[in-house]
Design a binder for this molecule. Structure first.
Ligand SMILES: NC(=O)C1=CN([C@@H]2O[C@H](COP(=O)(O)OP(=O)(O)OC[C@H]3O[C@@H](n4cnc5c(N)ncnc54)[C@H](O)[C@@H]3O)[C@@H](O)[C@H]2O)C=CC1
Ligand SMILES: O=C(CO)COP(=O)(O)O
Length: 343
């Protein structure tokens, strides 16, 4: 198994898979090898020598059964599972360059939570275009999975979504550990939309925090954020129950509540009055919501879906409105029903 991308989530997911292999072996089952590839050879060299990813988790020694490779093609040799932990806007370019090295029957696992700029495609759709024939053997992993908690083996659950039950089952087995519990799902669209839109909602909750607003405001944004996320997911063919699950409400609550979330942090900085350019310059890790927000809005408009919170976040990011103007922009909208009366 190869994990491509040695950032925060790629490193943690590689640890999960290596720990899952060790557990399977301890219980008398099959084991598997896990190789982590990163594009910076110095990071890989250091990982090989110390088992520590200094940039992200300087105090954590990764499991001894995890391998490291600076050459992506070598990492892919014979891999039956290829995990993609590369940020959304870089995935197509990286995957296209390596497409011929991906084994023909390998299962592809998408970890990124974003929409591609320029095409509006979800990551599973980008993978299907970059690797012909991959659609039936692609899985998406998403849920309340803050990497910095999981590296400490704090328990969490997640969702493995795939069109094929067999593929979802296989991927869930290779990431099941005593601290990471995957559930399978048939709803790829809903799981992807839940994971990527919550980043935009977390930007808005972060803005509330930057403006010293309290829990009522934040809970209102989260709840109405989930309502608009659900509208988009359903319009694209996703399922309602996914939105109430780990990849919907679960991830939304974790990301919007946690200071560990990069999107939440970016939103808080915006809330203190910094511009998008100033916030992006300060971020040392990927905050996908910043780049995905305008793409989410375009996709919503294409499908006639109203997403006022996303619209507000896009307006702040572009500098069209200030964070202070967001409050009247959202609260002065025409009144509507949360639960409509039936006549
Ligand atoms: N960190 C987290 O808690 C979680 C992150 N995710 C998602 O995982 C994806 C990756 O995020 P993180 O690892 O957290 O970001 P990160 O910012 O920690 O790391 C990204 C890594 O990708 C590498 N990278 C960038 N462009 C690349 C390219 N063209 N080719 C190869 N490598 C490239 C960078 O060098 C860096 O090592 C994002 O879509 C994020 O939303 C999902 C769940 C949890
Ligand atoms: O997706 C995540 C948690 O599930 C991570 O969120 P951030 O990218 O905002 O840190």
């Amino acid at each position: 198994m190869a994990v491509l991308g040695a950032g925060s989530w790629g490193t943690v997911f590689a640890k999960i898979a290596a720990d899952a292999a060790a557990r399977s072996e301890r219980e008398g089952g099959a084991g598997w090898s896990v190789t982590l590839w990163g594009r910076d050879p110095k990071v890989i060299e250091h990982l090989r020598a110390t088992g520590v990813n200094d940039r992200y988790f300087p105090t954590v020694r990764l499991p001894a059964n995890l391998g490291y490779e600076a050459d992506a093609r070598r990492a892919l040799e014979g891999a039956d599972v290829v995990v993609l932990a590369i940020p959304a806007q870089a995935l197509r370019e990286q995957l296209t360059a390596l497409a011929d090295a991906v084994p023909a029957d390998a299962v592809l696992v998408s970890l990124a939570k974003g929409l591609e700029r320029g095409t509006g495609l979800r990551m599973s759709e980008v993978i299907a275009q970059a690797i012909p024939g991959a659609a039936g053997r692609t899985a998406v992993v998403s849920g309340p999975n803050l990497a910095r908690e999981i590296i400490q083996e704090q328990p969490t659950a997640s969702v493995v979504a795939a069109a094929s039950a067999e593929v979802a089952g296989k991927v869930s087995r290779i990431c099941a550990t005593d601290y990471f519990r995957p559930y399978t799902s048939a709803d790829v669209v809903g799981v992807e939309i839940g994971g990527l839109v919550k980043n935009v909602i977390a930007l808005c909750v972060g803005m509330c925090e930057g403006r010293d607003l309290g829990d009522n405001s934040k809970a209102s944004i989260m709840t109405r954020g989930l309502a608009e996320t659900s509208r988009l997911a359903l319009a694209l063919g996703g399922r309602h129950e996914t939105m109430a699950g780990l990849a919907g409400m679960g991830d939304l609550v974790a990301t919007c509540s946690s200071p560990l979330s990069r999107n939440h942090t970016a939103g808080r900085l915006l809330g203190t009055g910094l511009s998008e350019a100033e916030v992006s310059a300060r971020m040392t890790q990927t905050a996908e919501g910043i780049k995905s927000a305008p793409v989410v809005l375009e996709l919503a408009r294409e499908h006639g879906v109203e997403m006022p919170i996303v619209e507000g976040v896009v307006a702040v990011l572009s500098g069209a409105v200030s964070v202070d103007q967001l409050q009247p922009m959202l609260l002065r909208r025409k009144l509507k029903a949360e639960t409509p009366h039936v006549s």
